[in-house]
Design a protein around this ligand. Sequence first.
Ligand SMILES: Nc1ncnc2c1ncn2[C@@H]1O[C@H](COP(=O)(O)OP(=O)(O)OP(=O)(O)O)[C@@H](O)[C@H]1O
Ligand SMILES: [Mg+2]
Length: 254
Amino acid sequence: MSKIVADKVTIRYADRSGVGEVIAVQDVSFSVAEGEFVCLVGPSGCGKTSLLRAIAGLQPISSGALQVQRSDDKRPATAMVFQGAAVFPWMTVLENVSYGLRTRGLPYAQQIAIAHEWIARVKLERFAEAYPYQLSGGMQQRVGLARAFAYNAEILLMDEPFGALDAQTRLILQDTLLELWQASGNTIIFVTHSIDEALTLADRLLIMSARPGRILSDERVQLPRPREAVALRSDPHYGELFGKVWSLLRAQVA
Ligand SMILES: Nc1ncnc2c1ncn2[C@@H]1O[C@H](COP(=O)(O)OP(=O)(O)OP(=O)(O)O)[C@@H](O)[C@H]1O
Ligand SMILES: [Mg+2]
């Protein structure tokens, strides 16, 4: 079943000077199946964030059609993990993770029980009462992951959630994210600039051109699961796909 169907989606913005307009995304068509993990890769400014915001219903599209298929009325349709901002600094870990459940109006005891469960899955039990400033960047991203999964939306839209992390922390969080996704069955669209990260995580890669963003290629990543970030890299299919994706992207970035 298709969870998201985009048909010739175009997103335009009024130019900041008010004279012309910026076409961020042009005639983008794709579909995402339920439970699929799709990575969106493309040069800076090609409209990745705009597309995620449109799927989340935060950004109107200028033309085309964008459909999000609901499977369960009791769950929120989408949750967005915004570029650069994982957590609220004025809330404890527990308050951060239960935040979305609070906005959904769940009974307090249930909010706390669910939040503790996800805090345990990202291995931060000892830090439930800590504030973000008391945590490392990697730990803060774990809080962000726990918060996103605890909210229990059908579709997770993740905008470069690991972009600010060092390479080693990033590898560990990729493994954590894969574990959480495999346990939850969510549909995920994940934006990244890293080909390695995309190949490690995704069932499929959507590769976008420079602005105005179009889909250049839709690649299936046929690497066995469960995956482990480092072991994957010795698989010949990995090297082959990496080369293909890089040659597509290089032409766009240059
Ligand atoms: N609110 C806005 N008003 C006007 N132009 C905008 C607005 N938001 C984005 N744009 C423009 O639309 C284009 C696409 O922006 P978007 O943030 O979607 O790109 P992106 O692919 O997420 O880039 P990055 O990889 O740098 O995060 C850019 O040229 C940007 O300047
Ligand atoms: Mg962006």
